[in-house]
Design a protein around this ligand. Structure first.
Ligand code: DC
Length: 233
């Protein structure tokens, strides 16, 4: 029987606020491999499409936009993402971009465009790729998959802390928890590439775990799997 082949991608998926970005970055650092943030790509496309007044719906305008842009990821330590030579690394973190990214991420043509881009970035490289559909759609054959989650209350508390630090002192914990529940509902029920755990992903609830312990658990698991498949990290 032919041996099953695996992509050398460590897939990290999960809802926002689960701590997956911090985990993915720290894990990539601990293993000394490339870190790929796919959310940044949806954000960058949304930012530029919106600033060029492209309607965020399927149609000729969006298709022309996608076929005419030059998207670049991970250019240097200081430039994470660029479209048409414009550095968007900071702009994509602005608050209003989250909403636009969530809208654009529901469009099949955008998902297809980024699917091809994400696959081309990881060709034959060991990397940690973080998103919502990496283990299910982008790299269903990745050798190591994790689905990171945390309780709604914990995720809402983390978000509240972030917003307070950014000077928002109006929004309440209950409002945020409600938003988190709604966003989960949308992400898990969208028609294309919904947020869901791949059957062969390891589920990790970070509600009561320290970051140091999480990274230890994940890196041991990844090293074990890589050794089993016969490649070095
Ligand atoms: O992880 P993030 O908040 O930066 O993601 C921004 C948006 O993109 C969010 O609405 C989820 C969406 N996204 C997605 O649909 N698929 C991915 N692989 C990554 C992000």
């Amino acid at each position: 029987m032919p041996q099953k082949t695996f992509a050398k991608v460590i897939a990290i998926d999960g809802p926002s606020g689960s701590g997956k970005s911090t985990i993915a970055k720290e894990l990539a650092r601990a293993l000394n491999v490339l870190y790929i943030d796919t959310g940044a790509m949806f954000r960058a496309l949304a930012y530029i499409a919106n600033s060029e007044k492209i309607e965020l719906t399927e149609g000729a305008a969006l298709n022309n936009f996608l076929s005419s842009i030059k998207l670049e990821y991970g250019i240097s330590d200081s430039i994470l993402i660029r479209i048409n030579n414009l550095d968007l690394s900071d702009k994509i973190r602005e608050h209003h971009v989250s909403k636009l990214a969530s809208i654009i991420s529901q469009l099949p043509s955008v998902r297809k465009y980024l699917l091809d881009f994400q696959r081309s970035l990881a060709l034959d490289k060991v990397c940690v790729m973080e998103g919502r559909d990496i283990g299910t759609v982008v790299f269903p054959d990745s050798f190591s998959k994790f689905f990171i989650t945390a309780s709604v209350d914990i995720r809402a508390e983390r978000r509240l802390k972030q917003l307070r630090e950014n000077g928002d002192d109006k929004i309440t914990l209950n409002q945020i928890a409600e938003d988190v529940r709604k966003r989960d509902e949308t992400d898990m029920n969208r028609a294309f590439a919904p947020l869901k755990k791949a059957e062969d992903a390891m589920l990790l609830d970070t509600s009561a775990l320290a970051m140091k312990d999480i990274i230890n658990i994940l890196s041991s698991e990844v090293k074990f799997r890589a050794a089993h498949l016969g490649f070095n990290l």
